[in-house]
Design a protein around this ligand. Sequence first.
Ligand code: NDP
Length: 427
Amino acid sequence: MADPTEQQPETQESPPEPREIPDASNCPLVLVTGATGFIANHIIYQLLHSGKYRVRGTVRNLKDDQRIDPLRHIFPEAKPPLELVEADLMQVDSWREAVKDCTYVIHLASPVPTGEAVEEDKIIKPAVEGTQHILRACKENPSVKRVVYTSSIAAISGLFLTKDVSASEADWLDDNEAGQVLYTRSKLLSERAAWEFMKKESDNSFELAVINPSMVMGPVTCDHIPASVFFPKQCLERYTSMIAHLHFPFVDVRDVAAAHIRAMTIPEAAGKRHILHGHSMWLDDIAKILAAEFKPQGYNVPTMTAPYFIMKMMSFFYTGTKSMLPSIGKTVAFDTSRMTQILGINPVGPRYTLLDTCYSMIEAGMIMETDDYNGPPGMQRAEDGGDDPAAAEEGLAGEEGAPPGVVNKGFKKDDPAGLKSVTTEKA
Ligand code: NDP
């Protein structure tokens, strides 16, 4: 299989060739913070798979099997295997140990709320102070050469449109626009804190590169459902019968992972922000793509666009609908020239991303299977052990035999992390 850190072709790859796993024992050590996260899973897979890096991941609790099990299955054949250490954003000392001997640090750990009300102190404080703790630990550790920090388009344009947006890395959301949306403020303030640290506190012993992704979609391999993939899940579960006419910017998690890895070493990436963005699409058009694929498989995906007057009427009863009203019909676009020219990322096609997102969640049991579900095209279902009866025995296949938290149990044994495409096309 091609090295995933290199640019992916736009066409379907041929089946992977068996290959000797390179021994990375003498290669640079990369720290990935928040290893249990959606994006971190893919970065770790691509780093290990490349055979060019040793990888250390941070988790909050090494005893939390449910959170950690997917990591154990990501690339178990890696030499040396993934190392896991405990670190919490609010515990300064944990970062001194975590960054020890690392050449690169990819910092993703940050509270990402999934809907429930959370206090400001549980979101903004860990995001901002945690970033400062990590950068200070890097300054004290001469082995660190570059930190790649995962910010968001939230720090550029915000996440809720009130006007048509066309933005580049030169744009910063201002404090008023960030308003009281805690997640948006956490990303804005923590990215700002990172650049301020580099300006005022750093001694130039290491460099900083920042990645600002739009909404990240693609195969879900972690134990939880990331907020950024809620919409396709809701479509398949027919959470609503009509779709709001909202513009949705998204990017494939595999492109985001490759971008982080390239931002570690490409000289021109240092000292810059990089928007990572694939496609801006109307939610109703996304729903149509999902309907074409999944309606024949028994998922009653809604495709009707909600007219404005209906949204307006509903807004009197539902605060969620009320908050959407200013964004209806507004468009969002990003300048992606740094992504293509500096990082060399040419985003994969939207259908590929959307279908892989859904199939991964169905296969993981995060979305219920219908009686008519056929499984991902081009792939033999693993429920019956695929062509390898041992897979069923090992609990890779069936619902009951799978260890708790192994959300990728439905994927075939040669792709236990489910990180290869489950569909048949990329563009
Ligand atoms: P996840 O929620 O899947 O992962 C977040 C990670 O942060 C988890 O590993 C979590 O650990 C860890 N974490 C949270 N709080 C703490 C803490 N106090 N101390 C240590 N670790 C902590 O998120 P994503 O993978 O979606 O996002 C990763 C990063 O990318 C975040 O910084 C996010 O803001 C950013 N991003 C994400 C986008 C998206 O669409 N998904 C878009 C743009 C940016 P635990 O398992 O213990 O909870």
